[in-house]
Design a protein around this ligand. Structure first.
Ligand code: GDP
Ligand code: MG
Length: 163
């Protein structure tokens, strides 16, 4: 069984896009607890010569606003439970949101190593969000573009120590 790395962050930051980039077609659906982790996915990720298990957290688009935070906490806890480290994504174009700050405090409390990824940073549209991301207090952000495959060599260097 390879080391697990969890993808965490609020909806729409690009977790599933990064999952798909890392896993390609090597997807395995996992047994889910109904109503809690309905579409959580795990897959064997490849990044250069690294291989690891990446755990996605599901979309919560249908959750009522009031229930969103609690459900995200639960699913984040599940994803983190067996993970050696997590990739915490924010949307660099949107900047840091209150929900990102909530995630940052959950992650700080978890004690798991956090690799902060400022996604959607292709071009310069993400520059402001990248600087804001330092304020989350979970370390230095790495600018990436999950969609365009930018920042993957730097991500390799950050992940290698955990694998
Ligand atoms: P998730 O909810 O965190 O899993 O986010 P998704 O992976 O579903 O992505 C949400 C939206 O952001 C989709 O429309 C993606 O195409 C878009 N997206 C993801 N990564 C990037 C990126 O690197 N750059 C840009 N511009 N858009 C992205
Ligand atoms: Mg998703």
């Amino acid at each position: 069984m390879s080391v697990k790395i969890a993808l965490v962050g609020r909806p729409n930051v690009g977790k599933s896009t990064l999952f798909n980039r890392l896993v390609g077609k090597r997807l395995a659906l996992v047994d889910d607890t109904p109503g809690v982790t309905r579409d959580r996915r795990e897959g064997e990720a490849r990044l250069g010569d690294l291989s690891f298990t990446v755990v996605d957290t599901p979309g919560l688009e249908e959750a009522p606003e009031a229930a969103l935070e609690g459900r995200m906490r639960k699913q984040t806890d599940i994803a983190l439970a067996e993970a050696a480290a997590c990739l915490f994504l924010i949307d660099a174009r949107a900047g840091v949101t209150p929900l990102d700050k909530t995630f940052a405090s959950i992650l700080r409390a978890s004690g798991k190593p956090v690799i902060l990824l400022a996604n959607k940073a292709e071009g310069s549209a993400g520059d402001a969000g990248l600087y804001d991301a330092y304020g989350l207090g979970v370390g230095e952000p790495l600018a990436i573009s999950a969609e365009h495959g930018e920042g993957m060599a730097e991500l390799y260097n950050l992940l290698e120590p955990f694998l």
